[in-house]
Design a protein around this ligand. Structure first.
Ligand code: GLU
Length: 555
């Protein structure tokens, strides 16, 4: 009996690997094209850190004319979650990060290199495990949980490196006959790699992000096929990324220490190893220190958080590129209107230690992103958000024509307003343009320099009687406010006032502030002329009267 017989006994039906090697042809892509993937467990949940990896991996594939695919790693069936694939696919689609290949729903996929769900690739893994068994590079291991526990305890007492290796690898040196006999008797077993590595030897590895790193070789006889016939993550990684033609494995740096094992697997299987790029996690400041952004502690770690507060998806993606490459910010300044596809991401410029998460920065980016939207886009997005999260806002947005006028204020010009960071800001932002809200609410009139009630009353009355005309263009409108200022003894021009401030009680700006505050109750709003255009004469009068009446009562 030889290795081949043992391999046949274990996997009698497995195909020759040549079958798969021929079936999955080398990809025909141009030089330098990156083939990479996102390979999550189907937990349904997408962490901001995973989204970060997706943004990076997909961008690298896109900008090199390569392929980005989605592989579902569901070999740990204890962790399985119902509809877990759907949650991931939906999130990627929401963020416009749809893969070129791979799973597209719980059961469907596209692409020539599938199945893209590991649990459907059992035969493939077994063929490659058989191939290793045939060469004596893998073996069945019959260790019981008790035996393994006993080994672990001994290692611990003796303060010896833990694991199944060297002299501790009890079933490594069984003869094929001994192994075959146990199998025939029905003893349970798993398949382990017969490691050829030595702990006292080093391998040198060049990581695309981390640079040069040295590791001891792997000498652990790791499990490659588990008792349920499914592979471990490590073995599936080597087989899949080989057959799927992955050129770059872009993944979280918690896997960096597995590199010696992975390179060894590629080498023992006779595959060319891919390049590795290990991404440092997104960090968060916490009690003066830094820690990883945590799914358990930080709500902002879930990508659904951004949907809930209403940050546009493209702002989140842009933020992630921002922390990926520090030159992104300068690029954005120079190319304010360019699509992010034009930015060239560089893996070797990524931080080795991990970027610090910054919500203020996300919201800031979001403000800029939203400022470039048309009134119509804002309306659509705010409306869709309100449908799920805010019935009051939804109610306000029922009159689309009016809402478009409100959103159109100071928009579509060179310097659009930048006062909305997220859809959940919208209600507060536009409330004063809605009469019922404006009237219902207890208003705090934020008057500034001019606070004298008589003077305010005078300004409003005089303005309506003598100066206001609904049909004035902006210049005329402003000239008239200047005339009003002059009539009341205020400076026509701010500049003039600044030169000799003692000469006047104030300037035209102070007068228009009174109009603004009386109309909106706020001292800070977008363009007053446009606001007045949207309100129209009757509503302007009504608002002035409301203010005057309230004042009358307060006396
Ligand atoms: N399933 C692994 C994970 O979710 C994939 C790691 C990899 O990209 O190779 O961490």
């Amino acid at each position: 009996m030889d290795y081949k017989d043992l391999a046949n006994l274990i996997f009698p039906n497995a195909k020759e690997i040549s079958y798969y090697e021929e079936k999955y042809k080398a990809r025909n892509l141009k030089e330098g094209a990156i083939v990479t993937r996102f390979a999550p467990s189907p937990t349904g949940f997408v962490h901001l850190g995973s989204l970060y990896q997706v943004v990076i991996a997909r961008k690298m594939a896109k900008q090199t004319g390569g392929v980005f695919f989605l592989r579902v790693e569901d070999t740990d069936q204890k962790r399985e979650i119902e509809n877990g694939v759907t949650g991931i696919i939906d999130s990627l689609r929401d963020f416009a990060l749809t893969p070129d290949e791979g799973m597209i729903s719980e059961t469907e996929e596209i692409g020539e290199y599938g199945p893209y769900k590991q649990s459907l690739r059992k035969d493939i893994y077994q063929a490659y495990a058989k191939y290793l068994l045939e060469q004596g590079k893998a073996y069945p291991c019959f260790a019981t949980p008790e035996e393994l526990e006993e080994m672990r305890a001994k290692q611990e007492t003796a303060k010896i490196r833990p694991g199944y290796y060297g002299v501790w690898a009890k079933y490594r040196n069984l003869t094929v006959e001994e192994a075959a006999e146990k199998i025939k008797k029905g003893e349970p077993y798993i398949i382990r790699l017969k490691s050829e590595g030595r702990e006292d030897r080093k391998i040198k590895h060049h990581d695309v992000i981390k640079g040069n790193v040295d590791f001891p070789e792997n000498d652990q006889d790791i499990v490659i096929i588990k008792a349920d016939g499914l592979p471990t993550y490590h073995f599936a990684h080597a087989v899949d990324d080989h057959l799927m033609g992955t050129t770059h494995v872009i993944r979280g740096d918690e896997w960096l220490s597995s590199v010696p094992l992975h390179l060894q697997l590629f080498q023992m299987l006779g595959f060319k190893a891919p390049k590795y790029a290990h991404i440092a996690p997104i960090m968060k400041e916490d009690e003066g220190g830094k820690r990883k952004l945590s799914k358990r502690k930080d709500p902002e770690a879930a990508v659904s958080y951004y949907t809930e507060i209403g940050v546009p998806k493209e702002a989140v993606v842009e933020y992630l590129l921002n922390i990926a490459n520090s030159n992104f910010e300068t690029w954005r300044k120079q190319n304010p209107n360019a699509s992010i596809d034009e930015f060239e991401l560089q893996l070797n410029k990524m931080s080795v230690s991990g970027a610090l998460f910054d919500i203020v920065k996300i919201l800031d980016i979001s403000k800029t992103v939203i400022s470039k939207y048309t009134a119509e886009q804002i309306y659509e997005e705010a409306y869709n958000w309100a449908k799920n999260y805010d019935s009051e806002l939804l109610e306000m947005l029922q009159d689309k024509e009016y809402a478009l006028k409100v959103f159109g204020i100071e928009r579509g010009n060179v310097k659009p307003r930048k006062d909305i960071a997220k859809w959940s800001d919208v209600k507060e932002n536009i409330e004063y343009m809605y009469d019922n809200k404006f009237e219902e609410k207890e208003r705090q009139y934020e008057f500034q320099k001019i606070t004298d009630k008589e003077l305010i009353k005078n300004i409003l009355t005089l303005y309506m009687e003598k100066y206001y005309n609904e049909n004035d263009d902006k210049q005329t409108w402003f000239d008239k406010i200047k005339d009003l200022s002059e009539e009341l003894g205020f400076a026509r021009e701010v500049k003039e006032y600044k030169q000799e401030p003692e000469k006047w009680p104030g300037h035209v700006g102070d007068i228009s502030t009174v109009l603004r505050v009386a109309l909106t109750s706020r001292s800070n709003t977008p363009d007053l002329y446009e606001i007045m255009q949207v309100l129209g004469k009757d509503r302007i009068e009504k608002r002035f009267n409301l203010f005057l009446e309230a004042e009358g009562k307060n006396r």
